[in-house]
Structure formats: structure tokens, C-alpha cells
Design a protein around this ligand. Structure first.
Ligand SMILES: Nc1ncnc2c1ncn2[C@@H]1O[C@H](COP(=O)(O)OP(=O)(O)OP(=O)(O)O)[C@@H](O)[C@H]1O
Ligand SMILES: [Mg+2]
Length: 235
């Protein structure tokens, strides 16, 4: 279980997350939804050690991740697919993927993992020598996801993979996420596409203004209530 307990974090003097607690059971897909500025990306950054935690803790199997650097996180099997894809535009598709395998223990597995990622995304294989900067939005998202998979994560945190993509590509990416879950990968999915998120998730959290407003099994979510909480005016 990856657990976030009473977490407070933000940027310098600006606090964003107000004592949030979330549980991500191993082998499950947990979705985090919420409007712009809710603090979803900030939460993922705090979990990965990219911004400091002010109060509270992040634990994996009751082992504290607080204060660890992102490098240690990769060694423990966590990978973050950031918002906005962040591929290296001047590098080829294949070299971008190789970057994902950088932590030393994974180097011998490079060829095997390249093959696995190309199996998942045949389109990346066709374009493996193309510069990443010239990929379409959907292809760039596949590359970002593929790069995250190169380190063979057991826990994948993925930030708004559907943003700006055509429905057919969104379906393709969600099918991949479902497949990864079936292989035992634990997934934390941040999404604005509530409908798609609920369709793949085991459970869902709704965040707003740096707080958790709702946590339910995806199958039990009352969509009217979710809608009301999502769009309610700031009080
Ligand atoms: N580097 C930063 N410095 C200061 N404030 C920031 C920084 N990054 C984000 N924020 C602020 O933190 C708040 C939460 O942002 P965050 O990116 O976590 O939201 P989000 O839920 O991911 O939104 P979106 O759905 O638009 O991606 C926002 O008010 C944002 O302006
Ligand atoms: Mg965000």
C-alpha cells in the first residue's frame, strides 16, 4: 500500500495541500479527479519527493518515503509520468526511452524493456528514429508512458494522460493502463476526464482547493453528487 497521511506541502511560503490523506492499495488503479488548481499535480510531486513535504508522511509498505530523493523512488519501483509529457524534443524516440532505463540496475534490462514498450506501442517502434519533438500529441503521450515503463515500475503515477488527445487515442492509452493493472502494476491516475477515469478505476478521490472531498469505490460513485462537489462554488 502506498499511503499519504495528513500531508501538507506547497511552494515556498504558499501552501497548497492541506493535510490530505489518501490510500493507494497495491494492484489497484486509483483515480484522483478534481478541477484545475485542485493540487493534483502538487500531490504527485510531493509523493515523488520533487517538492518538500511540510507535515505528514508518505509511506510505501509502511516504509517512509519522506525526504528521499526521486532517484531513490525509482529504485523502489515508483515512476511518474508528468503532466505535459516532457519528452526530450531533440532526442529520438529510442533515446528518450533509453533515458527511462537510466537507473543503473535497469541497464542490463534495456533491450528487453525496449522490446516490451515497442510491443505495447507499435507506433513508437515505427518512429523509433524520429525526433520526439516532431511526434503528434498522442504519440508524445505514448512516448512519455513508454519511458516511464522502461524502469519496470511496480507503481505508476500518471498525470492527465488524456489531456488534449482525440478520443480514439485516449481509449488506446486507457486500454494500456488497464493492461498494466492486470499485470499487477499499481496505478495512481490523475485525470480531468472523470467519465474515463471512473470506467477504469477501482476507487476514486475527488480533490478541490488542496483538500480531499470524496473517496469512494468507483462503482459506487453517485455521479450527481460528484458533479455537485466538482463544480460547487468556492465557499
Ligand atoms: N511552482 C509553483 N509555484 C507556486 N505555485 C504553484 C506552482 N505550481 C503550482 N502552483 C499552484 O498550486 C495550485 C495547485 O496546482 P496544481 O498544479 O497542483 O493543480 P492541478 O490540480 O494539478 O491542476 P490542473 O488540473 O490544472 O493540472 C495552483 O493554485 C497553482 O497555481
Ligand atoms: Mg495538474
Amino acid at each position: 500500500m502506498l499511503s499519504v497521511t495528513d500531508l501538507r506541502a506547497g511552494y515556498g511560503a504558499i501552501n497548497i495541500l492541506w493535510d490530505v490523506s489518501l490510500r493507494f492499495p497495491l494492484g489497484q488503479l486509483t483515480a484522483i479527479i478534481g478541477p484545475n488548481g485542485a493540487g493534483k499535480t502538487t500531490l504527485l510531486r510531493a509523493i515523488m519527493g520533487l517538492i518538500p513535504v511540510t507535515l505528514g508522511d508518505v509511506t510505501l509498505d509502511s516504509y517512509s518515503l519522506r525526504g528521499r530523493n526521486t532517484w531513490d523512488m525509482a529504485g523502489m519501483g515508483l515512476a511518474l509520468i508528468p503532466e505535459g509529457r516532457m519528452v526530450f524534443a531533440d532526442m529520438s524516440v529510442e533515446d528518450n526511452l533509453a533515458m527511462g532505463a537510466f537507473p543503473k540496475p535497469h541497464r542490463p534490462a534495456l533491450a528487453r524493456n525496449l522490446e516490451r514498450v515497442f510491443g505495447l506501442f507499435p507506433r513508437l517502434h515505427e518512429r523509433r528514429r524520429q525526433l520526439a519533438g516532431s511526434l503528434s500529441g498522442g504519440e508524445a503521450q505514448m512516448l512519455a508512458l513508454g519511458r516511464g515503463l522502461m524502469s519496470e515500475p511496480r507503481l505508476l503515477l500518471i498525470d492527465e494522460p488524456s489531456l488534449g488527445l482525440a478520443p480514439v487515442i485516449v481509449h488506446e492509452i486507457f486500454a494500456i493502463l488497464r493492461g498494466l493493472k492486470e499485470q499487477g502494476v499499481t496505478i495512481v491516475l490523475v485525470e480531468q476526464n472523470t467519465h474515463m477515469a471512473l470506467a477504469v478505476a477501482d476507487s476514486v478521490y475527488l480533490m478541490r482547493s488542496g483538500r480531499v472531498l470524496l473517496n469512494e469505490r468507483a462503482a459506487a460513485v453517485d455521479s450527481q453528487r460528484l458533479h455537485d462537489l466538482y463544480f460547487a462554488r468556492e465557499g
